[in-house]
Each structure stands twice: as C-alpha cells, then as structure tokens.
Design a protein around this ligand. Structure first.
Ligand code: UGA
Length: 416
C-alpha cells in the first residue's frame, strides 16, 4: 500500500518504519527541514530500541522515504496517518493540498486509530499489539476505510484477530480512558505506599499479593517517584478538561493527577526530613534522569523536580543517566533559567561511580537495568554517607543493610 505518515516524531517514525517493514511504500512528511535532512542522510533523531536498524533497512530497500512537502505526501497516498501533536493544523494543510490538486471533492474518511506504544518498547507494541482500536465514521466511506485498514493491519493480526472496531468518538475516549486507568493504578499504589510506611507494611509484598489476583494482574502496580512522560500527564489533563467542558467533574482522574504531583516530591521530602531544610554543603548523587528506562525522554520526568528542589536548597548534585544526559542538560537548563547556580553545583557524570564520590546520599530516580546490581561495597566506599534513597524500589532493603547502607524506599517500612 502507499502510505504517507505526517510527523517524523516518535509515533510517526515507529509507525512508518513498522509499516514499511511489512512491505508498504511509506513516505514520512515533516515540516522540520533539518529533521527531514537528517533522516534522508540515514540518521534517526530519537532513541527507541530497534528503530534505527528498521529505518535503515527500509530506507535502503526504498520502502521508506522522507520529504518536506505536504503536497507530495498527499499526492502519493491511499492512506494518510496524522502523527503530530496538533492534528487539526495538519488536517487543514492536507485539505488545502487536496484543493490545489483539484481533488477536494475526492471521497475520504477520517478515522481515529489511537496508538498504544510505550516508549522503550514501541516497535514491539506496534508489531505485536494487544489490540488495534479503530473508530470509523458511518456510511460508505467508513466501510471503505474498514476494508483498507483490515488489509493494512493484516500482518499484525495473523494469529489472532486483535482489531476492535467502533465509532470515532469512542475510539478517542478509549485512548484517554486506557491511559487514565493505568495512571490510576500507579497513583493508587503510591497512596497505599504512603500508608504502608505509616503502618509498617512493605509495598512490594502488597504488590505481589494483590497482583496475583488474576482480576487485578501484576502490571502498573509499582509505587515510585510518580509517573512522567508525555502521555499520562497530558491525557489525564485532557480528560479532566474535556469532562469539565461538558459540566462533569472527573473526580478520580483529578485525584490521580494531584497525587502524582505530590509523589514527584516524595524523595525530596525524605531528604528534607533526614537532613533539614538547608542543604548547603550537602552533595547528592542521582542515578537515572529519564522518565523511565530505555528512553532519553525527559518530559515531565520526576528527576527534574527533585534536582531543581535540591539545588534550590543549596545542595550540590552529581547526576548520571546511561542515555539521557544530553536531554537532561537541556531540560534542566530550561527549568533553571531564572536560578543562579554556584559553579559546579550541578554536574553531569558520564559514569555512575563518578556521581557517587563524596556524596551524602545516592538517589535512584529511574530503574535502568544497569543500576540493578552495582558493586555495593565500592558504592559504600565512594559515598561520604552510606545512604540510598530508592525512588524506584529497585533494591532489596535487607541486602543493602547487609552492606552497611542505610536504605529508604517508597513504602518499604522506612525507618526515619
Ligand atoms: C504510555 C502507555 O503505557 C502506552 O500504552 C501509551 O500508548 C502511551 O503512554 C501513549 O499515550 O502514547 P509511556 O508513557 O511510554 O506509555 O510509558 P509507560 O511505560 O506507560 O510509563 C509511564 C510512566 O508511569 C513512567 O514514568 C513510569 O515510570 C510510570 N510507572 C509505570 C510507574 O510509576 N509504575 C508502574 O507500575 C508503571
């Protein structure tokens, strides 16, 4: 099939690469000329496991091309994907490209096909989806679209029919409801973790206990420093606002967001309880900056508010992330625009051990695999004070205590 994907961002590139991989001719159109040039030259502007190789393979095979011109995209495609943050603007550009070619009368259908791609596992999610949600308009155009999309998604439906058909409005609400449900599980567990600390229970045992109920299941039950990223925060807010515009308060979704905002400050709060409000003279090692592992994405990452909070109270911060250092530097530069830092108050470390030297505590903010089994004896030797604040419940508290490290997690029977 001939397909145009508008938007060479994270969703657009993954979609385009996966559709080219199964034999379609895909053209990706983006208004950002620099990005298009980079892609044409074989570069990939985002980090997503498996994406770079897939783009290269399909570009070399001539199935995946990149262009700047919307007219070219509209001209060649049977199917256009809009994968940008401002779809209304793109629809207008498509409509005017059609008008210019005298094709404004051509029949077409606008379909809602929400993506359920997790950053860090997006290629896998696209090619082996749990479900494909498609919202169709009524009438003959909708039916034509159904045939086209059945054919398009056939390679991803081989062993099992995964497409859930519905109307456009329901498909849009499905997307918001799915993300809100997942975010609700996280905020719920974060609230139970706070109670676990008060009553002396261990949230990890509680998680395993409730997750074993097949009606509940194990996923998205991990308490931590709160959810970040571009999707959950944005979709929860959109849900609350849409409901408000219909005169309906979304009480659960509003509470989910409020709890998350507080949760992002939880590690900072622990630091302040331990060390008092003035942190000048204290140094903190931070491991993990991206909002979650396997991505360099810093959007709404909890590390941003924790680091800004530490610096504002006079602390020094030495931060490490295996992938997100450059993006973190940019994000923090933006957050700290109006803050006057001392020279060397915030340092970026290429290696995890570098960050530990002479630190008064190690803070874990992203559960990267490479942080899972550090040499605890060496870690202890490098730290000025043997203290680990684990915002992702990555470690076994007993094991750390055996290594002489004081440990505080989220809902792990914190002893202050
Ligand atoms: C999310 C959804 O999982 C995707 O299905 C959806 O397509 C995507 O948003 C989107 O709307 O585009 P993503 O934001 O990439 O994907 O990341 P998740 O893996 O869902 O994690 C979101 C946040 O929740 C992360 O900050 C993560 O650390 C946090 N989280 C996740 C927890 O704190 N606890 C958990 O148990 C799970």
């Amino acid at each position: 099939m001939k397909i145009t994907v508008v938007g060479a961002g994270y969703v657009g590139l993954v979609t385009a690469a996966c559709l080219a991989e199964v034999g379609n001719q895909v053209l990706v159109v983006d208004q950002d000329q620099t990005r298009v040039l980079l892609l044409q030259a074989g570069g990939v502007p985002i980090y997503e496991p498996g994406l770079e190789e897939c783009v290269r393979r399909n570009r070399e095979a001539g199935r995946l091309r990149f262009a700047h011109s919307m007219a070219q995209g509209v001209q060649q495609a049977e199917l256009l994907f809009i994968a940008v943050g401002t779809p209304a603007a793109v629809s207008e550009a498509i409509a005017s490209a059609l008008r210019r070619r005298g094709r404004s009368g051509s029949p077409f259908a606008v379909v809602s096909n929400p993506e359920f791609l997790k950053e860090g596992a997006a290629m896998e999610d696209f090619t082996r989806p749990d479900r494909i949600v498609i919202g169709l308009p009524a009438g003959a155009e909708g039916e034509r679209a159904r045939l086209l999309l059945t054919r398009l998604y056939e390679p991803f439906n081989r062993h099992h029919q995964r497409t859930v058909w519905m109307d456009v409005c329901s498909a849009e609400l499905t997307k918001y409801a799915a993300n809100a449900m997942l975010a609700t599980r996280i905020s719920f567990m974060n609230e139970i973790a706070a109670l676990a600390d008060r009553v002396g229970a261990d949230i990890d045992s509680v998680r395993r206990g409730i997750g074993a109920d097949s009606r509940i299941g194990h996923s998205f039950l991990y308490a931590g420093t709160g959810y970040g990223g571009s999707c959950f925060p944005k979709d929860i807010r959109a849900l609350v606002q849409t409901a408000a515009s219909h005169g309906l308060p979304m009480r659960i979704a509003s509470a989910v967001e409020a709890i998350n905002t507080e949760q992002k400050q939880r590690l900072l709060q622990l630091v302040l309880e331990l060390m008092g409000p003035d942190l000048s003279g204290c140094r903190f090692a931070v491991w993990g900056l991206a909002f979650k592992p396997n991505t360099s994405d810093m959007r709404e990452a909890p590390s941003r508010s924790v680091i800004a909070g530490l610096l504002a109270r006079g602390a020094q911060v030495c931060a490490h992330d295996p992938v997100a250092l450059d993006e973190a530097r940019r994000a923090l530069q933006h957050d700290l625009e109006s803050v006057q830092l001392e020279p060397g108050q915030l340092r970026w470390c290429e290696r995890p051990e570098q960050a530990l030297q002479q630190a008064d505590a190690l803070l874990i903010l992203t559960e990267w695999k490479c942080f899972q089994n550090p040499d605890f004896a060496r870690l202890r030797a490098l730290l000025r004070q043997p203290l680990v604040l684990d915002g992702r419940n990555l470690y076994d508290p007993q094991l750390l205590e055996q290594h002489g490290l004081a440990y505080l997690g989220i809902g792990r029977r914190n002893r202050l």
